[in-house]
Design a protein around this ligand. Structure first.
Ligand SMILES: NC(=O)c1ccc[n+]([C@@H]2O[C@H](COP(=O)([O-])OP(=O)(O)OC[C@H]3O[C@@H](n4cnc5c(N)ncnc54)[C@H](OP(=O)(O)O)[C@@H]3O)[C@@H](O)[C@H]2O)c1
Length: 324
């Protein structure tokens, strides 16, 4: 069996393919034959040693996977061999086979193929956490999404739309903006060719009820200036590399909220909450309200190219690795 390993921190090129022997299973864990793996922006940070989670090399990166259960620990009664599942991990999913705690593994419906399933956990889970538990988004409210054509961003466009909100998608090219409209955004803003601050004012003169920020930098600071009365700004990530400044006076004037979300941590502190979230999302998927977009599929051994492609900002939706 093969897995990709980081032996020293660096760029995607440090990933090395290695063979490994069958791992020992523990009684509360599952052995999964990995089918597909979701590639995330966070993988690039973990490989560099610049993420909240900082495993010491050697380690395998990767936060999510889809696959088939091939062995069950003695204490597990709620899973069966052959079941199709998704799993989430702090790192380690860039591999052909994995042992995972059962509480971080969730069943998927027959209607969902393995590639789609691998694109689902982090992107839709984070989007749902931000929109549902943190943002408490209501029907007809306005929701501005920064980095809206990325993995989390496009999932957020669909989830906010399914919640009945008026979605404003902000992304870095006209093509990406069009894709956001196809996935349910009512409006789009290209923040590389226009001033997002003025555009938001035109679209939502009373301000935005909820901002989901995957990008940081100037678009985030502009969005913060355009919050509605009691509006919420949720910081999800800083793909631009620039952490935005939040002015307390602006929060005071609008009686508004600045909130952080570390979804990955909820997955381990409160896996039941994550399970409920996936149940809600799977229902939306079965009702065809969510249409996950996989922009590109690479082989496992091509993960460095996959990460370079993600970092080049060419992709829309998710990038997936294939183990078959
Ligand atoms: N808090 C959490 O629990 C959590 C969970 C998942 C992800 N995240 C974070 O959320 C962010 C998005 O993650 P993702 O997996 O959706 O990533 P992604 O698919 O790569 O999307 C990121 C988007 O950010 C935009 N961007 C702006 N400046 C960029 C730059 N310098 N380099 C790369 N992209 C840039 C790109 O869109 P444009 O080209 O259109 O600008 C891109 O589509 C990341 O910061 C990630 O770490 C946080």
């Amino acid at each position: 069996m093969k897995r990709l390993v980081v032996n020293k921190y660096g760029g995607p090129e440090v990933l090395q393919l290695e063979n490994f022997d069958k791992l020992k299973i523990e009684e509360s864990k599952l052995r999964i034959k990995v089918k597909n793996i979701g590639v995330n922006f966070a993988d690039s940070l973990i490989i560099k040693g610049r993420y909240q989670e900082r495993p010491r090399p050697p380690f395998s990166p990767g936060l999510e996977l889809s696959g088939e259960i091939i062995e069950i620990g003695k204490k597990i009664s709620n899973f069966q061999i052959g079941e199709r599942v998704i799993g989430i991990a702090k790192y380690g999913t860039y591999t052909e086979e994995i042992i995972m705690p059962a509480e971080n593994v969730y069943k998927i419906p027959d209607e969902m193929d393995y590639v789609t399933a691998a694109s689902f956990p982090v992107a839709y889970g984070t989007a749902h956490g931000a929109i549902s538990w943190k943002g408490k988004l209501k029907k007809k409210q306005t929701c501005l999404i920064l980095g809206a054509a990325g993995g989390v961003g496009l999932a957020a466009v669909e989830v906010a739309n399914a919640f009945g909100a008026k979605v404003i998608a902000a992304a870095g090219s006209d093509n990406k903006c069009e894709i956001c409209i196809e996935h349910g955004a009512a409006y789009s803003i290209n923040y590389n060719t226009s001033k997002i601050r003025h555009q938001i004012k035109e679209i939502a003169p009373n301000g935005v009820d909820l901002v989901l920020d995957m990008v940081g930098g100037e678009p985030a600071e502009d969005a913060l200036k355009n919050l509605a009365w009691e509006g919420k700004y949720i910081s999800v990530g800083f793909a631009s590399g620039i952490i935005p400044k939040i002015s307390a006076n602006r929060l005071l004037l609008k009686s508004s909220y600045a909130i952080g979300l570390y979804w990955g941590q909820y997955a381990f502190i409160n896996p039941t909450l994550i399970g409920q979230s996936f149940d809600d999302l799977i229902q939306l998927y079965l009702q065809k309200k969510l249409k996950p977009l996989v922009g590109k599929v690479f082989k496992l051994e091509e993960a460095a190219f996959a990460l370079d492609y993600l970092l080049s900002r060419k992709n829309t939706g998710k990038i997936i690795l294939n183990c078959n």
